[in-house]
Design a protein around this ligand. Structure first.
Ligand code: ACO
Length: 332
């Protein structure tokens, strides 16, 4: 990225549906146990939407919080990108619904990169702001995964949850004018796709295939291996691009899919445990919402502070994956 026009991440918000589901609740409707789920995944709870609660409702709540925290008004937003796998309707985009709900006229569209969607959306939003599509971009990650789960498939139904998170990206040219060589905002992004692995994680239906949404299907063991390798390699690439060492990162916010994946990646590339933000136990895998939900929890706890260096990483169906490094907030 050039030295001016830096893209700052200035605000975060999130939303969880009220309905909280424990592993024991699931054990009442399928052949599973709290012990199995905790041991294999680290998950204790997840939240599910009600039948009449939409992905856009969750996304709107998260977006309004992020806009408020940034001390902006909806009309200030030039661009809305929503990462989701579970849109309200086949079309129009969930982003255009959220645009209507919050009340603005920003360019609005969805990104489909499943669990990697939030990292993709930030990469796209940052590039578009730099290309002149405005000064302020709202990024939302929102998913109602409970609506595409097969309750007869215990190997997938216990893994996922619903939720939404949002961040604001702001373009600024001011930073370098008063802090020479001190770069803020998005410092490096690397995103990838390999369609060879299309069948490892997908739905068994879709609009053009079956005129239905289908249910989520996954080869868990294969995904596990790809996740460890690809999350590690993409983060190492980002470190190289940003000329940083793993020790320069203050906080790691990995996609919250499975605690064992998080542990394996951190062992592989030597991330200290105390720098890892993990909310898998309370959220489950919320797909595109997982990173911004974890970011918001850690920000509200006061762990993440203005000027901290964060590393974000995610992988999902496609396979699609990526990492990014950023310095959060803005110079005071
Ligand atoms: N409760 C109880 N037993 C179960 C359950 C369950 N919910 N699910 C599967 N089992 C049983 C299996 O039937 C099998 O029984 P068997 O030995 O009698 O055949 C046994 O548990 C072991 O099953 P495995 O599939 O071998 O279990 P594994 O240790 O691989 O764990 C898991 C499964 C958790 C899905 C693991 O493969 C994994 O973490 N994969 C990574 C993928 C992931 O996390 N995906 C999330 C979404 S994708 C993404 O976001 C990137």
């Amino acid at each position: 990225m050039s030295s001016n026009n830096q893209i700052l991440l200035t605000s975060v918000g999130s939303y969880l549906p009220k309905k909280k589901i424990s592993n024991d609740n699931l054990a009442k409707i399928m052949d599973t146990s709290d012990e199995w789920i905790k041991k294999r995944t680290g998950i204790k709870f997840r939240h599910f939407v009600e039948d009449n609660e939409l992905t856009s409702d969750m996304g709107t709540n998260a977006a309004e919080q992020a806009i408020l925290n940034a001390r902006l008004k909806a009309n200030d937003i030039d661009l809305i990108i929503v990462a989701t796998t579970t849109p309200d309707n086949t079309f129009p985009s969930t982003a255009s619904k959220i645009q209507r709900n919050i009340g603005c006229k920003a360019i609005s569209f969805d990104v489909q990169a499943v669990c990697a969607g939030f990292v993709y959306a930030i990469s796209i939003g940052a590039s578009m702001l730099k290309d002149g599509y405005g000064d302020k971009c709202l990024i939302v990650g929102a998913d109602s995964m409970s609506k595409i789960l097969d309750w007869n498939d215990r190997s997938t139904a216990v893994l996922f949850g619903d939720g939404a998170g949002a961040v604001i990206l702001e373009k600024t040219t001011a930073v370098n004018e008063f802090v020479h060589n001190d770069k803020w905002g998005i410092l490096a992004t690397k995103i990838f796709t390999n369609g060879e692995y299309y069948d490892l994680l997908n739905t068994d239906g879709g609009v053009s295939k079956s005129k239905s949404t289908g249910f989520l299907r996954m080869n868990g063991k294969e995904i596990f291996k790809h996740a460890v390798e690809k999350l590690s390699s993409s983060l190492l690439m980002c470190l190289e691009v940003s000329n940083m060492d793993i020790r320069d990162i203050d906080w790691f916010i990995p996609h919250q899919a499975n605690q064992r994946i998080i542990d394996a990646v951190s062992n592989k590339i030597k991330i200290p445990q105390e720098k890892i933000i993990s909310t898998i136990s309370i959220h489950g895998n919320t797909s595109a919402a997982s990173i911004p939900l974890a970011l918001d929890v850690a920000t509200k706890k006061g762990n993440i502070k203005n000027g901290n260096i964060l590393a974000l990483q995610a992988i999902g169906g496609g396979l699609s994956w990526g990492s990014l490094i950023l310095k959060i907030g803005k110079p005071s």
